[in-house]
Write a protein that binds this ligand. Structure first.
Ligand SMILES: N[C@@H](CCC(=O)N[C@@H](CS)C(=O)NCC(=O)O)C(=O)O
Length: 211
């Protein structure tokens, strides 16, 4: 029995299924061959117990024995310390993987999430479009020259960057062939498919339990 527990919601509406961020942690465990269990927190009633463990009432959480971690990025880096599969052990490869992991969160997702949120809320003019376009253009140029972001091979940074970029509205925005090939290649990995299928099955079972 593993000490790793990934916490997600007991149920979510259809829209976010396949994109709830517990998938990042499931995917990393699958890549690294780390055993894990999945447990749930109520989606509808986020009480003090949830808030004590995740100050924003969100998921995912990662438990490792006595350690409880929130923020999917923190969870990924914790898992990466357990497996060279996710993070190179040489100083340069590790530094590059850390750099690109933070870039995925702080230079790309920081723009893409508010952008698509404005899109789905039907804002007449999305004032973040120019900013996002600029970031995506820079990523496209970066990916034109390489298959991977760090250390010349797949790392946790690619897992996270691909997960950030695969959001349908972002993916459909503009014509960025290198980025599209990157997302397609990375989400074709068996570990992604396993994690994705497991999340979809989890929420389908939740529907059945509610019915
Ligand atoms: N920065 C957080 C974001 C977590 C997040 O947005 N979680 C979503 C599910 S993917 C959530 O719990 N949404 C419900 C809410 O914000 O109330 C992380 O990466 O863990």
């Amino acid at each position: 029995m593993s000490d790793l527990i990934i916490w997600t919601y007991d149920w979510v509406p259809e829209g976010p299924r396949g994109f709830v961020r517990d998938l990042r942690l499931r995917w990393a465990c699958e890549e690294a061959g780390l055993a894990y269990a999945v447990k749930t927190l109520p989606f509808d009633a986020r009480g003090p117990e949830h808030l004590a463990r995740q100050p924003f009432g969100q998921v995912p959480l990662l438990s490792d024995g006595q350690l409880d971690l929130f923020e999917s990025g923190a969870g990924l880096l914790h898992l990466a310390r357990k497996s060279e599969m996710l993070m190179p052990r040489d100083a340069s490869g590790e530094a590059q993987a850390l750099q690109w992991t933070i870039a995925a969160l702080n230079s790309i997702e920081m723009v893409t999430v508010p952008w698509w949120f404005l899109e789905i809320t039907g804002a007449k003019e999305n004032c973040l479009t120019g900013w996002m376009q600029s970031r995506l253009t820079h990523i496209e140029r970066t990916l034109q020259g390489r298959d991977w972001l760090a250390g010349g091979r797949f790392t946790v940074a690619d897992l996270l960057m691909a997960d950030v970029l695969r959001v349908p509205k972002v993916r459909a925005f503009g014509d960025r062939p290198a980025t599209e090939a990157y997302i397609a290649r990375i989400t074709d990995r068996p570990a992604f498919k396993q994690a994705h299928a497991a999340q979809m099955a989890h929420f389908a079972a939740a529907d059945a339990a509610r019915a």
